[in-house]
Design a protein around this ligand. Structure first.
Ligand code: IDP
Length: 139
C-alpha cells in the first residue's frame, strides 16, 4: 500500500551540510519527494510535533535543539515508506545505529543532553498523517 510519511532533516544535519547526502539516500531508495521545504520550527509547532515526549527529561533540550537552526521538512511517498524511512534512518542512538543507515554512517554521540541524530521519521500511519498536518497544514 502506498503510504506517506513525514521526514525531517534536523538542524544538525542542515548545519553539517548533510542535506544533499540524506536526500540522495531517500531518492536512491526510490521514495518520491512529494514536499520539501527549508523551515524554521517554532515552539508551538514543536510542542505539537513532540506531544508524546512532554515531561520527559530530554524534552526541553530536544525543543531547544530543534530551534537551533533551520530544518528540512519533507513528505515522502512510496510502498511501506514509513517503515522504510525509519530503516534508512537507523536506531535513535547514533552510536549504536547500524552502519549503512543515516544515523549509523553520519551520526555520533556529542556528549550533549539530547541525541543529535540528524533525522526524524514518523513511526506509524496515524502519526504520519498527524505530523504531515502539523508541518504542511494544507496537505
Ligand atoms: P526516534 O526519533 O528514533 O523516533 P523518539 O523516541 O521518538 O526517537 O525520540 C525523539 C527524539 O528525542 C530522538 O530522535 C532524539 O533526538 C531525542 N531522544 C530520544 N530519546 C532520548 C534520550 O534518551 N536522550 C536524549 N535524547 C533523546
Amino acid at each position: 500500500m502506498t503510504e506517506r510519511t513525514l521526514a525531517l532533516i534536523k538542524p544538525d544535519g542542515v548545519r553539517r551540510g548533510l542535506t544533499g547526502e540524506i536526500v540522495r539516500r531517500i531518492e536512491a531508495k526510490g521514495y518520491t519527494l512529494a514536499r520539501l521545504e527549508l523551515r524554521e520550527a517554532t515552539p508551538e509547532l514543536l510542542a505539537e510535533h513532540y506531544e508524546e515526549h512532554h515531561g520527559k527529561p530530554f524534552y526541553e533540550p530536544l525543543v531547544e535543539f530543534m530551534l537551533s537552526g533551520p530544518v528540512v521538512a519533507m513528505v515522502l511517498e512510496g510502498e511501506r515508506c514509513i517503515e522504510g524511512f525509519r530503516s534508512l534512518a537507523g536506531a535513535t542512538d547514533p552510536t549504536v545505529a547500524a552502519p549503512g543507515t543515516i544515523r549509523g554512517d553520519l551520526g555520533r554521540d556529542w556528549g550533549l543532553k539530547v541525541q543529535q541524530n540528524l533525522v526524524h521519521g514518523s513511526d506509524a500511519p496515524e502519526t504520519a498523517e498527524r505530523e504531515i498536518g502539523i508541518w504542511f497544514p494544507a496537505s
